[in-house]
Design a protein around this ligand. Structure first.
Ligand code: SF4
Length: 372
């Protein structure tokens, strides 16, 4: 089924490592943006069945519950949103309170994804995050009080100056809070990230590669022992709480993105909107299309992408199913490149299915080179 992605590009401050499409909160621009977003949704819907809505950003929780309600209402009015649809709101712990989260729940949100990043205040300060670890814990408690039973936390790994023990303390702190879902990402520094300069000035360095590998594997062991099943390179959850929306990205699914810079993939066609918030609003206000680029994917690109994204999942991919879908012999096409990884134990192969071993996930980028 189709998933809907709604991009909210506003943040109360800009983190020093962030390369997302976002800008500083601006009240009047936000009001115009919500109207534009509503217009784009109302124009696009054709009654198709939808089972996920995902508010990403930026910081979507800077919107008022009434604005979230208007946007979900727009989705429901022009798409056939299933009664049990997963509706996720990315939430900054700093914006949380019981009344506010209850308002989001009332608006139709049933899953919160908190950007916690670390449970150590010194690490949060290095990242320029506005919340503290105490605020993150309080936000999860507030989510429970507001009735949420599907909460995800994001943690970032391999932070400047972070040791393996520091990271494992973060994972244990997360387990104590008992979210249903966890995402854990390596810090990736884009070329001009202000954090690079701060690292150079303060003399902070990244732990060596072998420590990063230990962080990943030992962190996952703690999650295993606590009942979280890894289902994707960077995601684990308690039973039946995988992100239904994100699974669409990893299973060759379809999604329609709304808002500035939002990407969409449907029926083998891929497009994205203009990334500038003000240009997006101006275009919608002038009844013009916000689309910046649109192109049909080639069959080869579709196969490569299905393999590339599907191998992120612990269950891997069924190469015969992908072959049938795109009328191609996948093993004939990529077998020569993949076989050495099978022989090294990085990739496992059983019947039509191949998947990365857990150690193989550490070298996933090398395996993925076979498809690009
Ligand atoms: S809150 Fe998120 S989107 Fe906003 S600047 Fe920080 S990392 Fe980027």
């Amino acid at each position: 089924m189709l998933g809907l992605y709604l991009h909210i590009p506003f943040c109360s401050s800009i983190c020093n490592y962030c390369n997302f499409n976002r800008g500083l909160f601006d009240g009047p621009l936000k009001a115009r943006y919500v109207t534009a977003l509503q217009d784009e949704i109302l124009r696009a819907g054709r009654g198709e069945p939808v089972d996920t809505i995902y508010f990403g950003g930026g910081t979507p929780s800077l919107l008022e519950p009434g604005e979230i309600s208007v946007l979900i209402g727009a989705c429901r009015s022009v798409f056939d949103v299933t009664p049990d649809a997963e509706v996720t709101l990315e939430t900054n712990p700093e914006t949380a309170s019981v009344p506010r989260l209850a308002g989001f729940r009332e608006a139709g949100v049933n899953r919160l994804s908190f950007g916690v990043q670390s449970f150590q205040d010194s690490e949060l300060a290095k990242l320029g995050r506005v919340h503290s670890s105490a605020r993150a814990r309080a936000a999860v408690a507030e989510a429970r009080s507001a009735g949420f039973d599907n909460v995800s936390l994001d943690l970032m790994m391999w932070l400047p100056g972070q040791s393996v023990d520091d990271w494992l303390a973060n994972v244990r702190a997360l387990v104590d809070v008992r979210p249903e879902h966890v995402s854990f990402y390596l810090l990736e520094l884009y070329p001009n990230a202000p954090l690079r300069e701060e690292m150079a000035r303060a003399g902070w360095s990244l732990a060596p590669d072998e420590d990063a590998a230990a962080m990943y594997l030992e962190g996952l062991s703690i999650l295993d022992a606590a009942g979280y099943g890894q289902y994707e390179i960077s995601n684990a959850c308690v039973p039946n709480r995988a992100s239904r929306h994100n699974m669409k990205y990893w299973t060759d699914g379809e999604w329609h993105g709304f808002g500035c810079g939002a990407h969409s993939t449907r029926h083998g066609v891929r497009w994205h909107n203009v990334s500038s918030t003000s240009e997006y609003v101006d275009r919608l206000t002038a009844r013009a299309s916000p689309m910046a680029e649109r192109r049909r994917m080639t069959a080869a690109e579709c196969v490569e992408e299905a393999m590339f994204t599907g191998l992120r999942l612990t269950r891997g991919v069924d190469v015969e199913a992908i072959g049938r879908r795109y009328a191609v012999d996948v093993w004939q096409r990529f077998g020569a490149g993949l076989t050495p990884f099978v022989e090294q134990g990085v990739l496992r192969r059983e019947g039509p299915r191949i998947w990365l071993s857990r150690e193989g996930m550490l070298v996933a980028n090398e395996v993925m080179q076979v498809f690009v």
